[in-house]
Design a protein around this ligand. Structure first.
Ligand SMILES: Cc1ncc(COP(=O)(O)O)c(C=O)c1O
Length: 457
């Protein structure tokens, strides 16, 4: 079947399956730009709307049941409605949803995280990963007295000005691969914010170290995701993280690991998996157990800047819902259930997903790379080995979209960007369900001679 015809077929089947979502989406557009409040969950022809979830199954407005490999982009690590999380939340709801004071559950979660993550001496809670990254950067600036921040090309650290730079840049604007240019990922960013960003190549230690050395005098922090999430679950190579650790230590630059996505790869996060300790860590998504929560923390001397007890803190940290007890309760219950055995199980599922996808794509002669670490996986429809953002440029995004819709039509949900983060509610039977769906789709995709269209949509 011709590729364009296939898109028609999958989109038409999607429309037939989701008429209620279509109606509600059309209605939503009257009140919300694009019909929603989150750009990353939009896809064509319109995003389906979910009604409820249980374990690893989501039910959309039309009653389609979907095997969910997203967990709300990795945040629901135990799936929907985990009994322990629900009990903790109900108990907290009965006690109160927000107070003009700290709470015991805040202390409990802070103790849990600082015991669990080797580099975390002290921690602060926010409402999102975005806020946590913003405050970690402010902490690094205050600590070093410097202004600039380095981030990897393709890296994402939330939606504040500096971090909306070179998240998925157009290569024609992005300059040489070893000296990438800072490319705004949004309109409306102050030019000075973009100029303050040093973009470093991912997984190219000599080039990254060279750039950091050149800019060392005004560089406050290097932010890095041990597994680049929104770029497509691309893991860092250990020697790259080691090189960043060495150069930042040498020049007194704050090394920040953004573990919003990667925390789940080991009990103590990716820093434990890689054996590299940052100065600060940013957390989000799964730490809130399905509720809005972020956290940042690390070295005692840096975090002391947030301490108000000796007078005015160097860095005030106001926020009406900071450390919200409902989110903290959900997060604590979720993390307590995410013990060593649960992580080992997740990682086995992740390995099985990657292996199944690789085998099926190879059997279908589909040019594809499957990246990831632990339970995180990313599908890139390209014949190029993927070690950094630019390796994904030229991947067949049109085909990726068709694959996404085809999976939906088969009752399986992955992220429209081709990534996934299975929850502990997923076992080998569900991996087999994904594999069966993929095999059926590969039959529809034949002949494979039609496939390698290097389109970027
Ligand atoms: C690595 C990373 N850092 C930070 C963020 C921002 O977190 P939030 O969406 O909670 O603001 C995200 C969100 O996707 C992320 O993937």
């Amino acid at each position: 079947m011709h590729a364009a015809a296939l898109e028609e077929t999958e989109a038409a089947a999607f429309r037939r399956r989701t008429p209620a979502s279509a109606r509600w989406h059309a209605e939503a557009r009257a009140f919300l730009p694009g019909g929603d409040s989150r750009s990353t969950v939009f896809y064509q022809p319109y995003p389906a709307i979910m009604e409820r979830g249980e374990g690893c199954r989501l039910h959309d407005l039309d009653g389609n049941v979907l095997l969910d490999f997203t967990g709300n982009h990795s945040s629901l690590v135990h799936g929907y409605g985990h009994p322990g999380v629900l009990d903790a939340v109900r108990a907290q709801l009965a006690r109160g949803t927000a107070f003009p004071s700290g709470t015991r559950v805040q202390i409990d979660l802070a103790r849990h995280l600082t015991r669990r993550i080797p580099s975390l001496d002290l921690v602060r809670f926010t409402n999102s990963g975005t806020e946590a990254a913003m405050l970690a950067l402010r902490g690094a600036r205050a600590f070093t007295g410097r202004n600039r921040v380095a981030k990897a090309e393709g890296g994402y650290h939330g939606s504040t000005d500096e971090f909306m730079v070179s998240t998925h840049p157009d290569v024609s604007a992005a300059g040489p691969v070893e000296v990438p240019r800072a490319v705004p990922a949004s309109k409306g960013l102050p030019a000075e914010a973009v100029e303050r960003v040093l973009v470093i190549p991912f997984n190219d230690a000599p080039a990254a170290v060279d750039l950091i050395e050149r800019e060392r005098e005004d560089l406050a922090a290097v932010f890095i995701e041990p597994v680049m999430g929104s770029a497509g679950m691309i893991p860092a190579e250990r020697q790259y993280l080691v090189a960043l650790r060495e150069v930042t230590r040498k020049y007194g630059i704050v090394l920040v690991f953004d573990e919003v996505v990667s925390f789940r790869v080991a009990h103590g996060g990716a820093e434990e998996a890689f054996g590299v300790r940052p100065d600060l860590t940013v957390l989000g998504k799964l730490v809130g157990g399905g509720f809005p929560l972020g956290a940042f923390g690390g070295r005692r001397d840096i975090m002391a800047l947030f301490d108000p007890s000796a007078g005015r803190p160097a860095i005030p940290h106001p926020g009406s819902y900071n450390a919200n007890p409902v989110s903290l309760s959900a997060g604590l219950a979720s993390l307590e259930a995410l013990d060593h055995a649960a992580i080992a199980g997740l990682n086995r599922v992740g390995d099985a997903v990657r292996t199944a996808c690789r085998t099926i794509f190879a059997d279908a002669a589909l040019p594809a790379q499957v990246t990831g670490l632990g339970s995180l996986f990313g599908i890139h429809l390209t014949d190029r080995t993927v070690r950094a953002w630019r390796d994904t440029v030229g991947a067949d995004l049109g085909l990726r979209h068709r694959l996404f819709l085809a999976l939906y039509n088969e009752g399986v949900l992955i992220d429209p960007r081709g990534v996934g983060a299975p929850s502990t509610a997923i076992g080998m039977a569900e991996v087999e369900q994904l594999a069966t769906a993929l095999r059926r789709i590969m039959l529809r995709l034949r002949p494979s001679a039609d496939l390698p269209h290097p389109v970027g949509t």
